[in-house]
Design a protein around this ligand. Structure first.
Ligand SMILES: [Zn+2]
Length: 122
C-alpha cells in the first residue's frame, strides 16, 4: 500500500473487455464466422440482398467502431503500463466519474472540451 490510490483496475478491465467483446460481436469479427464463408446455403437472392446490406452497414460502423476499439485497447494497455486514468494532454487525473461512464477516456473533462473547441474551429 505504498503506491498512490488507484482506481479499481479489475473492475475497469472487466468492463473494457466486455465492451471490446460487444464491439467485436457487432463488427462480426467473432470467432464463429462460419456463416460468412462464400457459397454457403441455398442461393436465395433475397438472402444475398440482405447480406449485401449488412456489409454496407458494417462499412458505416467500421470507422467509428474501429476507433472505439482502439481506444478500448489503448485503455487496457495503459492499465498494464500503470498510466491509466491520466490525462493525455495535461497529465492530470481524469475524473473518476468520467471514467465510470467512459472507461477508455484519455482526456480529462477540461482537455476534452478544449479539444472539441479546437476541432470545431478547424
Ligand atoms: Zn487534461
Amino acid at each position: 500500500m505504498k503506491k498512490k490510490p488507484q482506481p479499481n483496475y479489475a473492475t475497469v478491465k472487466t468492463k473494457l473487455k466486455e465492451m471490446k467483446r460487444a464491439l467485436l460481436a457487432r463488427l462480426g469479427h467473432t470467432k464463429g464466422t462460419e456463416g460468412f464463408s462464400s457459397d454457403s446455403g441455398p442461393g436465395d437472392y433475397l438472402d444475398e440482398a440482405s447480406r449485401t446490406q449488412n456489409i454496407e452497414l458494417n462499412y458505416v460502423l467500421n470507422d467509428r467502431d474501429r476507433q472505439e476499439l482502439r481506444s478500448i485497447e489503448g485503455a487496457l494497455e495503459r492499465i498494464e503500463a500503470g498510466s491509466y486514468g491520466e490525462c493525455e494532454d495535461c497529465g492530470g487525473p481524469i475524473e473518476p466519474r468520467r471514467l465510470e461512464i467512459l472507461p477508455f477516456a484519455v482526456l480529462c473533462v477540461a482537455c476534452q472540451e478544449e479539444r472539441e473547441v479546437q476541432q470545431r474551429r478547424s
